[in-house]
Ligand binder design. Structure first.
Ligand SMILES: [Zn+2]
Length: 458
């Protein structure tokens, strides 16, 4: 650790108890977006905190029925780099705390046990937000002040799916313009490795339905009448074979092949097949056994087609001899860069027509494209390098999350590299009872952000 970093580290230690005190105040505000609870109070808390440490706040509140987006700006100090801007994305809303009886302490009164702080929203993501503000507060006091322009986009609708985020990002793309972005949060894994993520997969979510009669029939009509459940399962079976190859023509069109640097990061990711199978109690070998593909590559880089549910006919106790009139399936496709949800919709419709299933309707319920940061951008290696120095442990960068999230709206509107980092741990229990962070992770998280900012401003 360099001398400057040691000094910074000592300052973080000094300010830790005050920072935790403020984090406790923030967590006491039950800003539950799903219940339209205490949103104004959370906004006011942030406005006061941010202005008290020299930032300016503009409240963007122009969508009727929506919760405000805050635009936050800190000017660089006298020795800071005014040509560089780092943007943070965080949210001030939290999930509902229910089921309350499973909490060991009040979800809205931060409790300390065994070096951990427990409260709703502390890991997702009030802890991260306060760690970042504390880092900025410390850097304000260093010789020369803040090392660059710092902006935040703070929203209050993340836990209800960020319905108005695309609107604000599109309309205010100039305001939020930056050179790079740090995403809301991330967790250490069960082996305490620090995880960074630089993208997300996209998603196309479909509902497939077929109707073969006006009413459910007696199953004695089986020799004569078409059965909706069989129609749908045949239609589904035509789209993917037993080796898990997707057979829809055009599904893999336009996929951008991974770059060498993306592949290198994926190859360095840890993956323990045995514990993965054990964790989920998998009763079959991994499906990558058919293709021989490296499971890490498949997990991060492959698009998917998943039947999420099928409904038809009778599934109660005992037997009921019925020939169902209707069948319905929900299908999600996780998409990778280059794929477009509308195009996936089109090729699935075409496939069904061509294979004699014109009566199976396919509706696109929601769609979002994938996003992957340019991993050759120096910001990405800066994030990895600074994390290795501060955390002194293995740092794993994944080119994208295997899941989906609002990072896509940011990436496509603002066109910048995005990397997530944060103060969570393997047992943070996001969205669940007894959500927590570890105080040591919080302390190191403050230091990491301060260090990133100083390096970024150089
Ligand atoms: Zn979150």
């Amino acid at each position: 650790m360099s001398k400057n970093l040691s000094i910074l580290s000592a300052k973080v230690k000094e300010s830790l108890s005050q920072s935790i005190e403020e984090l406790k105040q923030f967590c006491r505000i039950p800003s539950i977006s799903a219940q339209n609870n205490s949103i104004g109070e959370a906004v006011q808390f942030l406005q006061e905190k941010i202005t008290s440490i020299g930032g300016s706040v503009r409240v963007l509140d122009e969508v009727t029925g929506g919760f405000p987006v805050l635009y936050v700006h800190f000017e660089p100090g006298e020795k800071g780099n005014s040509n560089k801007t780092l943007l943070f994305y965080n949210h001030y809303d939290v999930q509902p705390p229910e089921p309350l009886h499973e909490w060991e302490s009040d979800p809205f009164d931060v409790t300390e046990r065994d070096g951990k702080l427990f409260a709703r929203g502390i890991a997702d993501n009030k802890g991260d937000l306060m760690a970042r503000l504390t880092a900025i507060e410390l850097l304000q006091k260093q010789d020369g002040g803040l090392p660059c322009h710092i902006k935040f986009l703070l929203e209050g609708e993340e836990e209800i799916g960020s319905p108005n985020l695309p609107y604000y990002l599109e309309k205010y793309s100039d305001l939020f313009k930056a050179d790079a972005c740090i995403w809301e949060h991330a967790d250490r894994d069960e082996k305490n490795r620090v995880n960074l993520m630089a993208g997300v997969k996209g998603m196309a979510y479909f509902e497939l339905t077929v109707e073969t009669a006006d009413m459910d029939l007696h199953s004695k009509t089986g020799p004569l009448a078409e059965n909706a459940a069989w129609r749908l399962t045949h239609a589904l079976a035509s789209m993917k074979n037993s080796k898990h190859e997707i057979l829809v023509k055009g599904f893999y069109d336009h996929i951008l092949p991974p770059t060498e640097i993306e592949l290198n990061y994926v190859k360095k990711m840890p993956f323990d097949e045995e514990s993965f199978r054990e964790n989920y109690g998998l009763k079959h070998p991994l499906i990558t056994n058919y293709s021989g593909q490296d499971p890490r590559e498949a997990y991060i880089l492959n698009p998917t087609m998943t039947i999420c549910g099928i409904q038809s006919g009778y599934y109660g106790d005992g037997s009921k001899t019925v020939l169902p009139k209707k069948a319905l399936a929900k299908l999600d496709c996780r998409l990778v860069p280059g794929q477009d949800p509308e195009h996936i919709h089109q090729v699935i419709s075409d496939h069904l027509h061509k294979h004699g299933f014109s009566d199976v309707s396919v509706k696109l319920l929601s769609g979002v494209k994938a996003y992957r940061s340019d991993l050759s951008d120096p910001f990405v290696s800066l994030m990895v390098r600074t994390a290795e120095v501060v955390y002194k442990c293995d740092v794993v960068l994944s080119p994208n999350n295997a899941g989906t999230g609002p990072m896509t709206d940011f990436g496509h509107n603002l066109k910048l590299p995005i990397v997530s980092t944060g103060v969570g741990w393997a047992q943070s229990k996001l969205h669940a009872p007894n959500e927590s962070i570890r105080i040591t992770d919080y302390e190191e998280g403050i230091l990491h952000i301060a260090h990133v900012l100083n390096e970024f401003g150089k």
